[in-house]
Design a protein around this ligand. Structure first.
Ligand code: MN
Length: 197
């Protein structure tokens, strides 16, 4: 019998687990993620907001074991682009993941490593998203409350942020006319350049 805690309590409102430290991601650590670099630098000149946190529960390792983590993304935007995670592929590419949303209004961006368009999926309280293997994934908070969710995956999966960091995701989720709107990254870039976003 293992000594790891088989049962834990968590707070779906705060996205925290008592006596477990969350790793925090501040805007300054997310350079290159958000499309509007000028808006990003302007925000950073006034402070360094917390964008998201994850409490990783990597309690067991080895074949057949699972890791899981409780994520919380704060509400906010950089320019018109909603606060979101950096996004990643799994180091062990075949590893899938299940995301379960507990609170808030969000979307997930799924993009296969080598082919096909991105999938933009609704991801709000009481929804679940299956992330297949070989698929980069990013979580976006499009609401006014924190977005709180679980991710559950193979203990072997690991995280690869580099591949996503080099090319980023092909689509962005931005507020246009007061509504969350999905745009091609280049399209949003042209709007920024023309000063219409
Ligand atoms: Mn993952």
């Amino acid at each position: 019998m293992t000594l790891l805690p088989l049962s834990l309590n968590f707070d779906p409102a705060t996205g925290l687990i008592p006596n477990r430290e969350a790793s925090s991601r501040y805007l300054s650590e997310l350079s290159g993620c958000f499309a509007d670099e000028y808006a990003c630098q302007t925000m950073l000149s006034r402070g360094d907001p917390l964008v998201y946190g994850v409490t990783n529960l990597d309690l067991a390792n080895g074949e057949g074991q699972l890791h899981y983590g409780l994520g919380i993304i704060r509400p906010g935007k950089v320019g018109r682009e909603y606060f979101m995670t950096r996004g990643h592929l799994h180091a062990w590419r075949p590893a899938a993941e299940v995301y379960i949303c507990l609170q808030g209004q969000g979307m997930m961006i799924l993009e296969h490593e080598s082919d096909g368009p991105a999938s933009l999926l609704p991801f709000s309280a009481n929804s679940v998203v299956y992330v297949p293997g070989y698929t980069a994934h990013r979580t976006v908070n499009i609401g006014t409350q924190p977005l709180v969710y679980w991710g559950i995956l193979s203990a072997k999966a690991g995280h690869d942020y580099e591949a996503v960091g080099r090319r980023n995701f092909s689509q962005v989720v931005v507020e246009l006319n007061g509504q969350p709107t999905v745009l091609q990254r280049g399209e949003y870039g042209r709007m920024i350049a023309k000063g219409v976003a």
